[in-house]
Design a protein around this ligand. Structure first.
Ligand SMILES: [Zn+2]
Length: 436
């Protein structure tokens, strides 16, 4: 074997067949060969990670970059630098909280102009489905968005209103015509309330698991009726697992994700006033968290993605009723999940399936999500045993606000390669636009 640009060897290479000793040879930005660990390979650069793990780059399909418009919350340069430092080589940007929200082709073009030249990892885009923009869905799809996000309850920003059930039906009918995907923030507004007071308990009580379950059941009904592909975002309540499992068994085209914070944090440990922990739906009990892990292990939940949704510290006032919701964790998802997954007996291959392979499949991102010949050479050297305390101020996130501050997390990303090149130099991320 000769003429490669790079070969990376590791005794813990995570391939689609599991973890094994292997060498990964790269040519022109793609994985050109996967061989035995000790194979003689002629390459311009030969890196031996020995017992450090080699993973495919993670695919985080739930990131709020917020640029243009709220760039002081997060921007493409800072978000993608954080992603790369966290082993994430592909993000898919949410259509809100940027201004304008990505609900028309013109708005998508404004976002592409804002992001141009700034991206350290590859970036795809979700469009938004809001009241009145059904006519924009097909043009956005044709322009290359990976699907559409909608809310069933207020989103928190007035420029991105929720859809009524009949509007969801109308949008799904439109999407079914071109096999588009709808990703849904599923909380039933009829079962949400204003928090009775500022405490965490009062906040959780205002957004009960029943609101999630009711909304999920509604999406299942509409998915079944229209035949459209649907995906439930950020499942927090394990009460959603039963209807999701039944719908999947029945053949409804529905998938679901959860997030690192629901898998690693618990309501019982949220310090009063620490609104870095506030997100919607909320972090629930430790017992609920155990059931989410069962849902992952059983495959009802297929993806673990960050829902990185940062805000400046001044919006995180110390009242859970008043603070802005959203957890910043893009750089920390891998060590957070690995810390808890390894404690619960899962391997790196499981984590890669949840955080790379299955998100790529869900969003129809080709050439990503696994170490196999023909895929982009998106690779991560990962020390699976290092334990480090999180210092929010040292993260690449624009705002040093995260509930993981001070937590001890296992696993450290040492090098990230995007299409065969390290990500710590000139930004060389590409936009992932195309026929989905
Ligand atoms: Zn989100």
């Amino acid at each position: 074997m000769s003429g490669y640009d790079l070969v990376v060897r590791s005794r813990r290479t995570v391939t689609p067949d599991g973890e094994r000793a292997a060498s990964v040879a790269v040519r022109d930005g793609r994985i050109a060969a996967v061989g035995a660990y000790g194979d003689a390979i002629e390459a311009a650069e030969d890196i031996d990670l020995r017992d450090l793990a080699l993973l495919p780059g993670l695919v985080d399909t739930h990131v709020h970059v917020n640029e243009p418009g709220r760039t002081h919350w997060e921007g493409f340069a800072s978000a993608t630098r954080a992603a790369a430092a966290g082993g994430v080589t592909t993000i898919v940007d949410m259509p809100l909280n940027s201004l304008p929200p990505t609900v028309t082709v013109d708005a998508l073009d404004a976002k592409l102009r804002a992001a141009d030249g700034q991206c350290h990892v590859d970036v795809g885009f979700w469009g938004g489905a809001i009241p009145g923009n059904v006519k924009d869905l097909r043009p956005l799809h044709d322009r290359g968005v990976h699907g559409f996000k909608c809310f069933l309850s207020p989103s928190g920003v007035e420029e991105f209103p929720p859809l009524s059930p009949s509007e969801v039906r109308q949008a799904l009918t439109e999407l079914a015509g071109f096999d588009g995907l709808m990703v849904v923030h599923a909380e039933d507004p009829a079962l949400l309330a204003e928090p009775a007071g500022p405490t965490y308990r009062e906040f959780v009580d205002s957004r009960p698991g029943a609101a999630e379950r009711s909304a999920v059941e509604q999406v299942i009904r509409l998915g079944r009726e229209t035949g459209a592909r649907v995906h439930i975002l950020h499942v927090s309540s394990a009460d959603c697992l039963e209807p999701l499992a039944a719908a999947q068994a029945e053949g409804v085209r529905i998938t679901a994700e959860t997030c690192p914070h629901y898998l690693t944090l618990a309501a019982e440990q949220v310090p009063e006033g620490e609104t870095a922990y506030k997100c919607c739906p909320p972090i629930r009990s430790a017992a609920n968290r155990d059931r989410l892990w069962d849902g992952l292990a059983g495959g009802v939940l297929s993806c673990v993605v960050s829902d990185h949704s940062p805000a400046p510290a001044d919006l995180k006032v110390p009242s859970f009723a008043a603070a802005w919701g959203g957890i910043a964790s893009l750089q920390l998802g891998l060590p957070a999940v690995w810390t808890e997954a390894s404690r619960r007996g899962h391997g790196l291959a499981d984590v890669v399936r949840w955080m790379s392979t299955q998100p790529a499949a869900m969003a129809h991102i080709s050439g990503k999500g696994g170490i196999k010949v023909g895929n982009d050479a998106d690779l991560v050297a990962f020390d699976a045993t290092a334990v480090n305390p999180v210092d929010a101020a040292r993260l690449h996130h624009k705002n040093p606000v995260t509930p993981y501050h001070g937590h001890l997390l296992k696993g450290a990303v040492l090098t990230t390669w995007l299409r065969g090149r390290p990500t710590d130099g000139v930004p060389h991320g590409a936009f992932l636009l195309g026929e989905q």
